[in-house]
Write a protein that binds this ligand. Structure first.
Ligand code: ATP
Ligand code: MG
Length: 671
């Protein structure tokens, strides 16, 4: 009876309940933003464990980001206090794929310590292969190869189907790129899903094993799955097809990364017994916000008919601010935010500032800092992309996998140990002839006739050091070993020798932060350094942030998907930024509109939009128009700020007002 109480007591409406109780066949929950789709997933997991006595290890929930995975884990734990969730899988497709690949490495002809390369590393490899190409060409090739991979097209098929000469050249490059990755015992992000899928496709006994393990699949943000991810879902679901996919076609914003809304139709075609449930009540936003969102998205062609309504009151008017330029916009938004917080006695964490592109963040960061407002940023330059963090991760990668040439090159030259570009090139030529890795080449007798003796000795000494670390990595606690690694590298000294003192200090603080965090993670998850290395590759900065910190969220619209905030500032709502300048020519306006829809529907209680009359582009000023999307949001908007150019006097008066205002607020600042 006690368990029965769970499903009765949970706040769920009738269609949500129906979705949760539907266990035996495939289910699609198709519904608009804020209608409780993610809630269906968390409650269904609790229902499966509490009432159906399913082992947590037989359940896998797939989320779109690591942050979403962690949030989901927390919510589920709260639904079932005291219950062990040991073995429950909550991860992204990529993390799940990485886990499968780790366990099946041998069958995929990889060693267990294989390296996971990020987009930057892969771009570097392609750059090497395309010697005379410029950066844009290399990027274009990378995009093309990634799309092939996501469509499960291998290099031979790509070459066969290639029409134009350039396509054929890219297909040949694709083949070379794959050979290089395998030679490094490395995989890229696309492989994390592609390789397991190929394995499941060709090895029925492996497939059966995973199907037996993951018996209940739940996929959030289904509209943004690509072909390869869909294939993984389909294979794992098998003939039993006990899966729940939830999604919203109006929030599909990753087409540029190969996501395909067509997967919604495929589901209906591939699973004729598919049950579809729609949710229509929005529990997140005020009526005004919801109406604006509905009105905007009505300008897109409809795939599926959906209605959304809310019982929340009308709420505050949506404000649209015209700003002079980017600096003014940042000033205004931060001032509004502080005033609002002061009046409403809210927390900083109730606010989000959302924008289209990362470059927009800088002005806001600066303003927030000047006003001593704590903030966290997501979707920006990842912590893990910083040079100092990449230096350390390259050491870790090399310790886990000697064949990882890109890691070898970075580690052996950072800090400098007398091994220069010429040596690496000479070693590379020899390694190429012998078809072995740089690391292995350094230890061969044959290398002696190719490489300067002193430098070769230095490379060997380095190799011995790495091997010593590797043999200890499997046994010793990660934290202590990392400390030792840093010490033996003399990394701190090197930073202070090679950078400005302030820069070195900040870099060293990042390294300390990273190492401390890795050590704790190692303890918590009982992982050694080799195992941690692979998880690092899959983690984004947000995982590192203290989730409970009271801080304003800065995020790109893409990174904000699935999240909700009491008060939202959508900034830079101009033609050229949103919709993005290239979108029109490429026929992607509908996708930009969905991005705007995602932004609007993040807000629970209040929404502010802003746009700038002019923006600096390089050295030039460009005048801007408000985005067409503002006009598409219906009539219930409040427009503020004028087109009047401010005189210097106006500016001075504005600054004085701002100073007064800040003085007034400073009493309330509890930072
Ligand atoms: P998105 O499309 O943005 O991902 P979603 O459909 O996943 O949205 P949720 O995040 O699950 O929506 O829910 C939105 C908000 O509504 C959450 O705060 C959730 O707790 C709340 N909610 C959902 N269903 C109910 C319900 N039946 N009763 C009360 N609150 C609910
Ligand atoms: Mg959701």
């Amino acid at each position: 009876l006690a368990v029965f109480a769970f499903s009765m007591s949970a706040k769920l409406n009738p269609p949500q309940r129906e979705a949760i109780r539907h266990l035996d066949g495939p289910l699609l929950v198709l519904a608009g933003a804020g209608s409780g789709k993610t809630r269906v997933i968390t409650h269904k997991i609790a229902y499966l464990i509490e009432e159906c006595e399913v082992q947590p290890a037989h359940i896998a929930a797939i989320t779109f980001t690591n942050k979403a995975a962690r949030e989901m884990q927390e919510r589920i734990a709260r639904l079932m206090p005291g219950r062990s969730l040991q073995g429950l899988t909550i991860s992204t497709f990529h993390s799940l794929g990485a886990r499968m690949l780790r366990q099946e490495a041998k069958l995929c002809e990889l060693k267990p310590g294989f390296s996971i390369l990020d987009a930057g590393d892969c771009l570097g490899i392609l750059g090497e292969l395309m010697r005379n190409a410029d950066k844009a060409q290399v990027r274009a090739a990378q995009g093309r190869i990634s799309r092939w991979k996501n469509d499960l097209v291998d290099p031979e098929q790509a070459l066969e189907n290639a029409g134009e000469a350039i396509e054929a050249a890219t297909a040949r490059l694709y083949a070379e790129y794959e050979r290089t990755l395998r030679a490094y015992q490395a995989v890229d992000f696309d492989d994390l899903i592609g390789l397991p899928v190929r394995l499941l496709d060709k090895a029925p006994e492996v497939l059966a094993r995973w199907q037996g393990r993951l018996r209940h699949l739940l996929v959030d943000e289904y509209q943004d799955t690509n072909k390869c991810q869909y294939r993984m879902l389909k294979l794992l679901a098998g003939p039993r097809a006990a899966f729940t996919a939830v999604g919203d076609d109006d929030q599909s914003i990753y087409a540029w990364r190969g996501a395909d809304v067509e997967n919604l139709h495929l589901l209906q075609k591939d699973f004729p017994q598919l049950k579809v449930i729609k949710l229509e009540q929005n529990y997140r936003s005020t009526v005004r916000i919801l109406q604006a969102a509905n009105s905007l998205i009505a300008h897109n062609p409809k795939l599926f008919e959906k209605k959304l309504w809310s019982e929340h009151g009308h709420g505050d008017a949506i404000q649209v601010h015209a700003c002079r330029d980017g600096e003014h916009e940042a000033e205004l938004v931060v001032m509004k935010l502080q005033a609002h917080k002061f009046q409403q006695r809210t927390r900083f964490a109730d606010y989000a500032i959302l924008y289209r592109g990362n470059h927009q963040a800088r002005a806001f960061e600066q303003q927030l800092r000047d006003n001593r407002i704590p903030y966290v940023m997501s979707g920006g330059q990842s912590f893990f992309d910083r040079a100092e963090i990449k230096d350390i991760t390259c050491y870790l990668r090399l310790i886990a996998n000697n064949d990882d040439d890109p890691a070898f090159i970075r580690a052996v030259t950072t800090p400098k140990r007398g091994i220069g570009a010429a040596t690496i090139e000479a070693l590379g030529r020899y390694a190429g002839q012998r078809r072995i890795s740089l690391f292995a080449a350094a230890f061969e007798v044959g290398a002696e006739s190719h490489v300067n003796v002193r430098q070769l000795a230095a490379a060997r000494e380095f190799g011995v050091f790495i091997n010593r670390m590797a043999s200890r990595a499997a046994r010793e606690p990660a934290g202590e070993l990392l400390e030792e690694l840093l010490k033996s590298l003399g990394y701190e000294n090197w930073l202070f020798e090679s950078c400005e003192p302030r820069e070195a200090e900040s870099k060293w603080a990042n390294v300390r932060d990273f190492v401390g965090w890795l050590g704790r993670k190692g303890e918590e998850e009982n992982k050694n350094l080799l195992e941690l290395t692979q998880s690092v590759a899959l983690i984004s900065m947000l995982d590192k942030n203290d989730a409970d910190a009271d801080a304003v969220q800065l995020a790109t619209l893409h990174a904000a998907k699935g999240l909700e905030f009491k008060h939202v500032f959508l900034v830079g709502i101009e033609e050229g930024l949103l919709p993005h300048r290239d979108a029109e020519a490429e026929g992607r306006i509908a996708e930009e509109r969905r991005l705007m829809y995602v932004g609007i529907t993040r807000a629970e209680r209040s929404l502010h939009l802003s746009w700038c009359q002019r923006r600096k582009q390089g050295k030039e000023w460009r005048s801007c128009e408000p985005s067409r999307f503002i006009g598409e949001m219906g009539g219930d908007l409040k427009f503020l700020g004028g087109s009047k150019e401010d005189t210097p006097q106006d500016k001075a008066a504005g600054r004085a007002r701002l100073a007064q205002f800040k003085a007034l607020l400073s009493g309330d600042q509890s930072i």
